[in-house]
Ligand binder design. Sequence first.
Ligand SMILES: Cc1cc2nc3c(=O)[nH]c(=O)nc-3n(C[C@H](O)[C@H](O)[C@H](O)COP(=O)(O)O)c2cc1C
Length: 184
Amino acid sequence: MKILVIVTHPSFDQSRANRALIDELSPYDNIDVHNLHEEYPDWNIDIEREQQLLTKYDRVVLQFPLFWYSTPPLLKKWLDDVLTYGWAYGTGGDNLKGKEFIVAATAGGSEHNYRSTGHYEFTINEFLRPLQISIKYTGAVYLPAFVIYDTLEATDDQLKLEARKYAEHIRASADVLVENTKAS
Ligand SMILES: Cc1cc2nc3c(=O)[nH]c(=O)nc-3n(C[C@H](O)[C@H](O)[C@H](O)COP(=O)(O)O)c2cc1C
C-alpha cells in the first residue's frame, strides 16, 4: 500500500509533535511525506500537480496541528483548490473514489477537555466532522483519525511513543482500524 502523508504546519522548524510523527516515518519505503508549507511557501498551490500526486497513492494522511479547533489555513486552501468539481466530485469527478484518508491531528489541549463535559464541550472527532464529510463527499473512505493530545506538555519520550503508535496506525489495514475503534 502506497501512503502519502500531507503535513501542514506553518512553523515546522519549531514543531515538536508533528516533527516527531514525521521523523518516525523515514524507515518506510511505501510512505512519502509532502510538506505543504515547504512546497508552497507563497501558498500558490499547483492544482494539477497535487491531483496527479494523489492518484499515485492508495491512502492519504492529512497531518496537522489543530488551530482554533480546525485545520491550519493552508490545508483548508489545499482542500478548496485541489478537490475541484469534475475531478473530486460532480460529473467525472471520481478520482478519489475508494481512496483511503486518515486525519492525524495534534492538539495542545488535554483529552479530558475534549469531552461533552469538558472545557471544549466537543470531542476531537466532532471538530473533525467537516473533514470527514468532505472526504466522504468525494467517494473516498474516511478511516479513524489519529490524535495526540497535550502536545505542549509532552516530553520527547512521550512524543516518540505516540509517533510509534502513529506509524502503526497509518500502516494498519482499514479493517483493523475500524475494529480497534469499535473496541475502544
Ligand atoms: C493559532 C493556534 C491555534 C491553536 N488552536 C488550538 C486548538 O483549537 N486546540 C488545541 O488543542 N490546540 C490548539 N493550538 C495548539 C497546537 O495544536 C499545538 O501547538 C500543536 O499541536 C503542537 O504541535 P507542534 O509541536 O508540531 O507545533 C493552537 C496553536 C496555535 C498556534
